[in-house]
Write a protein that binds this ligand. Sequence first.
Ligand code: FMN
Length: 336
Amino acid sequence: MVDLSTSWLGLSLVSPLIVGASPLSKDTDAVAAAVEAGAGAVIMYSLFEEQLAAEQMAAHRFLDIRTDSDAEARTFMPDLDVFSLDAEPYVRQLERLRKRVTIPVIASLNGTTAGGWTRYAKTLESAGASALELNLYEIATSAEEEGAEVEQRQLDLVETIARAVAIPVTVKLSPFYSALPAFVRRLAGVGARGVAVFNRFYQPDVDLDTLGVDRHLVLSTSSELPLRLHALAILGARSKLDLACTGGVHTGRDAAKAILCGAHVVQLASALLQHGPAHVAVVRAELEAWLGEKGYRTSTEARGVLNLDGAPDPEAWERLNYTQILAGWRSSGGVP
Ligand SMILES: Cc1cc2nc3c(=O)[nH]c(=O)nc-3n(C[C@H](O)[C@H](O)[C@H](O)COP(=O)(O)O)c2cc1C
């Protein structure tokens, strides 16, 4: 029997498998089912920043959902009203979840400017949120604002919120930073307790028939995991913050990879939307079995074993590896 209990953001969790932010948390029964299946915490869907209403709506609200989900899973797909900007229903749902489950409930704020967030952050803290996940979902469309200015604005936002509340604040990041470890170090300096890598951007496609922009949301697959593993392996060795993996975790083996690279917790969103909340038990059993087979007694023993400092072949994570991969591909007959 492997002990999966872990600590994240100062919270004691029964398991590193947590429910990632998604509409699943709108359904109290679904969250209870995920807890029954072994989830260690739940992150609620986001409360979106009012100032960004237009941009967020454009990015999210009119998404069509396309997925090959099970019939059961369709129940958890988002309603179009999911991104309501009125905080009241959000606070009510947070309170309902707090009453129903004993695991930590994390509230999620999605925005990039300080604006009215301080008030919301305090309200969510008073309503019983165990922590806040701040999603820095930002799509740069200005040719005037430089990367350093964007980062400073984001740091100011995190600092404002971290100062406003006593509960821990974790930051959900995009993969698009020139120097991720340095940015994460600065996040720690302004009061963040953790980071989650990485946000998934909903990428519109071009519809050649209608000559329009095709907005639809495709759930992830495990193929999205390696981008996260790479970041975790680097941050696991370079940062003291608690790390969450979000993106591409569908199986227990995926979760094991994230933990080996340094994740304290592993968030599941697409997998639960696709298979339903009871899928946590499947992932949990597979993770437990794998850890047991490899001789780990606890999941924390496995944490970071393959990070940049711990991996037997650390240059595999670094640029040096790039030339070897290219050379290997050529020598294996890749060049026509
Ligand atoms: C339908 C849907 C709704 C989501 N809503 C939110 C949200 O409100 N806030 C947020 O931070 N992330 C949201 N996400 C992103 C997930 O939390 C997660 O970071 C992302 O989907 C990658 O993880 P996955 O591969 O497990 O899906 C949503 C994802 C999906 C699929």
